[in-house]
Design a protein around this ligand. Sequence first.
Ligand SMILES: [Zn+2]
Length: 250
Amino acid sequence: MSLMEELKNLYRVDGQVRALRSRVDSAQRYLDAQSRELGALTDRKAELEQRRRQLQATIANYEVETKAIDERLEKLRGELNSAENNKQYTTVLSELNTAKEQRSLVEDQILAEMEQLESVGADLETLDGQIVERSKVRDVASTQLQQRQADVGERLSELEVERDAAAAAIPPSELATFDELTHIHDGEAMAVVEEISRRNREYNCGACQMQIPFEQVSLLMNDTGALICCASCHRILIMAEETRGALAKK
Ligand SMILES: [Zn+2]
């Protein structure tokens, strides 16, 4: 095989390897996305649980406060009953009313915190449902990935051996060029020469559409063994048999 034929062969096998790998890669990306979503939900749950603990602690503190006020109220009521004169009575009554107001304020606080606690509880319930659903999706994605790996695994190993053999047939510097272009153009290292006008000797790069000087087309026709690359996108140019045949007849 000529260098150009060896390269075409490598290009073909490399494309097959890439196509199979991309099937596994897309399943992997899907699984990663699901795992990230699940992670975000779990983080949110931890935050809400922390918030719930804070609210519960605040409420417990207010309840301690209420109990202290109640004890004070009880004491003041006793004092009120045993007041010995009007002045004493009025003083104790005023203290009693102040304590009652305090109690009412603390009760309002407790109610407000309770409302928040309820809302956090509802959010947590919703979140738990979402976590269950997302876990199911994640598990399906995980199974799918394993399935794909199993499906393509054997064929992929075969193709990788074939690709290595195809690459081994190509001189190191040309192979390096091919690999670099493969990397840059996401697998599209080669481009087919397109005939625009035979009469005007107009030819384009099939990938980037830039015009190719006719001298380069001639070099390709003669198959000198040197790589001819597009001046614009640098892809290795190849000629379809029909284009070559048509030009040869001329
Ligand atoms: Zn090009």
